[in-house]
Design a protein around this ligand. Structure first.
Ligand SMILES: [Fe+2]
Ligand SMILES: [Fe+2]
Length: 289
């Protein structure tokens, strides 16, 4: 892949006319995508924290520049989703408890046990380094999926055909486009720090797939339960199948099939999406302009 200078972009969104059900008559798809407003500000802040810790171990100047640009983009992404928590509250939808629970989950799973490792002289340093590389691997696996989702939303035309909120669509597409743009960085850092051996890639993917699946189901159900404008709460799996059949969301096959590619020896994020499509969108995005 030819190196492309990753560019953090400032954005502005006007949420004043956006409703939590941002696609008319599609509460399930609206809330499935709304789960990103809970998870991403927390997860992306954690990405930045881990990458900051990894930065002193990077010996390649080009990669260091990419890692810094990646961190700037992710910080802006999280900051762009966050105001929707308060905005939804103004629509009678309180999801602050879900945000607090998600923060506790991330802290519990990925908090820095370097202090514990530090207490074990001799082995402590090696364990701390392994834990750093493995967390970078978890991020690389997560970024594989944000690239798949970014590509999906950029190329999707079925949601365009529905009555939807253009500002929310712009948020998802701007974010998705930058995920496509920086899709190789986490894997390159993972390879640089650890060589990304298959055993470790299996470990991180084997952890990320069930975690993300469970989280997506739970958070979508939670959002639907908190929505005062939704009298009947639809069942997750039946709605997923129906919406995926109409290409409003990616199918389980697209997502699970994607996880196998990450494990293949010749896996290359360059083949996962087209940077030119992402840059075209970013040049036209109302939030960026
Ligand atoms: Fe992001
Ligand atoms: Fe990302």
């Amino acid at each position: 892949m030819t190196r492309h200078a990753i560019k953090p972009r400032k954005v502005a969104f006007d949420w004043s006319r956006t409703k939590p059900q941002w696609i008319a008559n599609e509460p399930f798809v609206s809330h499935l995508t709304n789960s990103t407003h809970i998870l991403l500000p927390i997860a992306e802040a954690w990405f930045c924290q881990v990458f900051k810790e990894a930065l002193p171990h990077v010996t390649d100047d080009g990669l260091r520049d990419e890692v810094i640009a990646f961190m700037r983009q992710e910080a802006i992404h999280g900051g762009a989703h966050k105001p929707l928590i308060e905005h939804f509250l103004s629509h009678g939808m309180d999801i602050r408890d879900g945000v607090a629970k998600t923060q506790r989950l991330i802290d519990f799973l990925f908090g820095d046990p370097a202090r514990i490792f530090g207490l074990l002289p001799a082995r402590g340093k090696r364990l701390a380094r392994w834990w750093l590389g493995t967390r970078v691997g978890v991020i690389a696996a997560g970024e594989h999926f944000t690239c798949i989702l970014g590509r999906f939303i950029l190329e999707n035309r079925e949601i365009d055909a529905l009555d939807h909120d253009a500002v929310m669509m712009d948020l998802l597409r701007w974010h998705g486009a930058e995920e496509v743009e920086h899709r190789a960085v986490a894997l390159e850092l993972y390879q640089h720090l650890t060589g990304a051996p298959l055993t470790n890639r299996l470990l991180v993917m084997g952890f990320v797939v069930p975690l993300l699946t469970w989280y997506w189901i739970e958070s979508t159900r939670y959002l639907m339960a908190q929505d005062p404008d939704l009298a009947e709460k639809p069942g997750f799996f039946a709605e997923w199948r129906k919406a995926a059949g109409r290409n409003l969301i990616p199918s389980a096959r697209t997502l699970l099939g994607g996880s196998w590619r990450f494990l293949r020896p010749g896996y290359n994020p360059a083949n996962e999406a087209d940077t030119a499509i992402a840059l075209d969108y970013l040049a036209a995005s109302p939030a960026v302009r």
